[in-house]
Design a protein around this ligand. Structure first.
Ligand SMILES: Nc1ncnc2c1ncn2[C@@H]1O[C@H](COP(=O)(O)OP(=O)(O)O)[C@@H](O)[C@H]1O
Ligand SMILES: [Mg+2]
Length: 354
């Protein structure tokens, strides 16, 4: 059982504050993603947990024990990095055995545990190969085996799929998640890829400017973001600038900033506040018929993505919107449409100052 607790973690490079008072607890066996744009401090947090970067202040505890100043080799952490960093001159087996050799495990036991771990990632048939004789996806699995062979308390992964193409990436995501669950290891995944975070995590921590902006279970964060930044970073959305006219009981009446169009949205904000309404593509209904609440628009782009087709709809009342085409209802470019949405599908959020 391994619970990780981070309290008031602060990391300063020279004068630059990269991580600013971060608090985070990860319960045993969970996979938590640190999700944020480049430069938001994700790697710095991970390096501090691994012991490769002494934090300026704050504490890191595993199962209640303070490890903040322990050197990396006594921390019981497995690491997987973006560029795998397998030792190029060592066989797959030797690569996986490496961590055990460092821990003075006997030769027979090393071999047994390395093969067992390679089995787990379906790579035991490749034990004698050198890294350059493997595909990117296979190298990535070996890197995972190498991290797990020491049976770490915590598995740390920094953009582990970064070097893989889209298809391999999706496979690797599924595979890593399955192995992590099977082993039952507490894990942290650093990624800037929202889809990856949503597909793999028990919980997502959204980071911006060295701090946690918000966190939650993926579905909750997607459906009920508390910030415009998260709404936009997680999935696809249109943010409409609005003014709040009034509201109560979790509903607000809002008006689009550049038109007179008023509508109801979900959320608690005060009258007079500058806000944004987040409209997910799947919440926008495009119809040939006008209704009492609909606004007129025109399809200017139709984008086919296989499973889904997206429509770019230009309206004079609400600007440019991104909608999902309803199944079976083809709406070609140039089609005049009437756009509407339910108040439950429109989330009113504080306007992001940046
Ligand atoms: N060794 C360093 N010296 C100075 N600044 C650094 C160093 N490492 C990272 N930074 C800065 O700290 C910020 C956070 O970096 P990092 O933790 O790598 O973010 P992320 O992994 O989210 O991209 C960035 O602005 C980066 O330029
Ligand atoms: Mg990084």
């Amino acid at each position: 059982m391994s619970t990780l607790e981070i309290e008031k973690l602060r990391i300063v490079y020279g004068k630059y504050v990269a991580v600013d008072g971060l608090d985070l607890t990860i319960p045993h066996g969970q996979l938590v993603s640190l999700l944020g744009p480049s430069g938001s401090g994700k790697t710095s947090v991970l390096r501090a947990i691994g012991g490769y970067l002494p934090p300026t202040s704050g504490t890191i505890k595993v199962n209640g024990r303070d490890i903040t100043r322990d050197p990396p080799q006594v921390r019981d952490m497995g690491m997987v990095f973006q560029n795998f960093l397998l030792f190029p001159h060592m066989s797959v087996l030797d690569n996986v055995e490496f961590g055990l050799r460092m821990r003075q495990v006997s030769r027979a036991e090393r071999r047994r545990r390395a093969m067992e771990t390679l089995d787990m990632v379906r790579m035991s048939a490749f034990a004698a190969r050198l890294p350059f004789q493997l595909s990117g996806g296979q190298q990535q699995r070996v890197a995972l085996a190498r991290a797990l062979v020491i049976r770490p308390a915590i598995l740390l992964m920094d953009e582990p799929m970064g070097a893989l193409d889209a298809k391999l990436r999706a496979e690797a995501q599924e595979e890593i998640r399955a192995v992590q669950k099977e082993v039952g290891v507490t894990a942290i995944l650093v990624t800037h890829d929202q889809q990856e975070a949503m597909a793999m995590s028990d919980r997502i921590v959204v980071m911006r400017d060295g701090a946690i902006l918000e966190e939650g279970e993926p579905g909750r964060l997607y459906r009920e973001p508390r910030t415009a930044f998260t709404a936009e970073f997680l999935g696809t959305t249109t943010l409409l600038p609005v003014e709040v006219l009034g509201g109560e009981g979790g509903r607000c009446r809002v008006r689009h900033s550049t038109s007179k169009h008023e509508f109801l949205a979900t959320g608690d904000l005060r009258a007079g506040e500058a806000a944004s309404v987040s409209l997910r593509p799947e919440e926008i209904l495009c119809s040939h018929e006008a209704t009492a609440d609909s606004i007129a628009g025109r399809v200017t782009k139709r984008m086919f993505y296989g499973v889904n087709t997206f429509l770019r709809v230009e309206t004079s009342e609400a600007g440019s919107l991104l909608a999902l085409e309803a199944p079976g209802a083809v709406m070609g470019e140039g089609t005049g449409v009437h756009v509407s949405w339910r108040s439950e599908g429109a989330r009113v959020l504080p306007r992001d100052p940046s």
